[in-house]
Ligand binder design. Sequence first.
Ligand code: TXA
Ligand code: MG
Length: 323
Amino acid sequence: MRATTDPQDAAAALATGHLAALPTETVYGLGARADDPHAIARIYAAKGRPADHPLIVHLADIDALDAWGTNIPIYAYQLARAFWPGPITLVINRSLKAADFITGGQDSVAVRVSAHPLMQEVQQALILLTDDQAIGIAAPSANRFGRVSPTNVKHVLDELGAFTNENDVVLDGGDCAVGVESTIIDCTGDHPRLLRPGAVSLEQVQAITGLPCTTDSTVRASGTLQSHYSPVAVVELITEAQLLNRDFEDATVGLIALAACVTPTGVVRLCAPQTSTDYAQQLYAALREADALKLTSVLAVPPDPEGIGAAIVDRLTRAAHSN
Ligand code: TXA
Ligand code: MG
């Protein structure tokens, strides 16, 4: 996989059936054109991902929504208008455009419009190259299955360099601004259902739609497996009070916590974000740093579960779940 800074270069790779790892505002995605079964199969192989786990299709803009879905509820349009381009994914009943090799054979498809300017340039360039206004880029997070999502180009190359070839590219868009994956909302029922928390909160979804947003979806989502987003180091959630009462003799323990939390002697501070927003942005790089330093365990003091704090608590809980 070779790095590039040119969105045209990435679009050309996609158009000709190669993979392109792409920056989004949440995390980097491993992209392929959504109408190419061979390229999509290579995404699954590169990630080591089971074939029945569906992919998110990235669209250029809200106008492409109708081409990908059927019976789309009004509240889904309200969410798309309010938050796209941005960090929210909508699961809708699929149209014929969403093939089985994208949806894992499910009757729904996940779609989103990314706000990253380079991603938007890639989408526009691919429209011109394919002459399809609604062309989608299928892109799961650009990590090996079950591991921590990448938030910069180095992470992508570390994860997937060995599982891609010299015709595949990674587009350098710098560090991702949000740092955790998009909020996923199941829009196949009579009201919105939260599948995965992200930067757009459940409360925001309720405010925009005027409907309750529940968490009782039966639709499958792999990011909702209990054990996911895991580094090699063992992750443990801890309160600040518990942290201060513990003894640390060996120096192989890392700490992730807001800046206001002190670092006990003998512990390696992995990040010290000022706010929950910064916490989300720095979280995955901190987990990777723990592995780079060969730490055996990471202690994480979660932020309040408000707003993006809910997504951080969700990811930390899954990272902490062993097996
Ligand atoms: O922020 C993000 O969403 C990133 C960037 C690259 O866009 N993408 C991402 O993709 O996190 P991935 O594949 O790592 O996670 C997508 C999640 C998976 O848990 C998958 O199971 C779920 O979306 N998903 C995809 N299609 C679905 C569908 N039709 N129904 C339910 N869940 C679906
Ligand atoms: Mg993922």
